[in-house]
Design a protein around this ligand. Sequence first.
Ligand SMILES: [Cu+2]
Length: 304
Amino acid sequence: MPSKRHLRRVALPVGLGAGVLLLAGCTPQELNGFLPGFMDENGNAYAEPATNHTDMVSSLWVNSWIVLLIVGVITWGLMGWAAIAYRRRKGQTGLPVQMRYNMPIEIFYTIIPLILVVGFFFFTARDQVTLETQTENPDVSITATGKQWSWDFEYHGTAADGSDDVWTMGVQAQPAANGDIDQAALPTLYLPVNKSVKIQLESRDVIHSFWIIDFLYKKDMYIGRDNYWSFTPTREGTYQGKCAELCGEYHSMMLFNVKVVSDAEYEDYLASLKDKGQTGPIGDEYDRLSNFPGTGAQSSEEKH
Ligand SMILES: [Cu+2]
């Protein structure tokens, strides 16, 4: 029978080896904490992340889980051990020996949670600063407007008055009788790959939330206060977007697609909108609430 010492010497390398094997057998999705956007439909890892931020978000998520699981396993282990080692034995009566004012233990369970909370706060705040830093001179400037229950996208040109802007205005998804949704009919936001993008987020009525699932970020759209989201899409492809703020009856039909394409395809797309005559600014004149007296908003007649 192997000695305890021998077992201890073997346990660590075996444990590490098993850990490595376990990780090697993991899919890219599992390695990224089951976050979407890291694995294609064949189960292979994408060569490129979806945006310049997704690897950072995944690391924060996965590392937090690793730390929490280590704490969890130690805590559950100690709880189980205490329950078994100090169980009531035959013939025992009354209360067990009561322990109080144990300084080392009290310091331990004050300091450790404090380190954890401060640590989580630090890494979260650090990454949030990166996510929330807005690009001053983005390659592409877009306004996305949420409305019950769809999206308008306005691609800004260089003219200050917006005369060379192009736009699309969406309608909510119309599911067929069997529930299928025609993806091609959904509003689609085009973005050029590897270009810095700044999206201004607005609402025409209630609060919506602009969520591109694989980009691992979402942001609310309000009336009266615009939000911004700056990032660089780094992988061509089609992505799903949806509203992430319960905004009324057809909230679940408030879907859109995002197509990250080459520079040339992007320019072609903007040109196609121009050819259709979808040019100029689309501002507040389509806001549903602007028609109500007392909102201070101009009616569309006054404005044009
Ligand atoms: Cu919504």
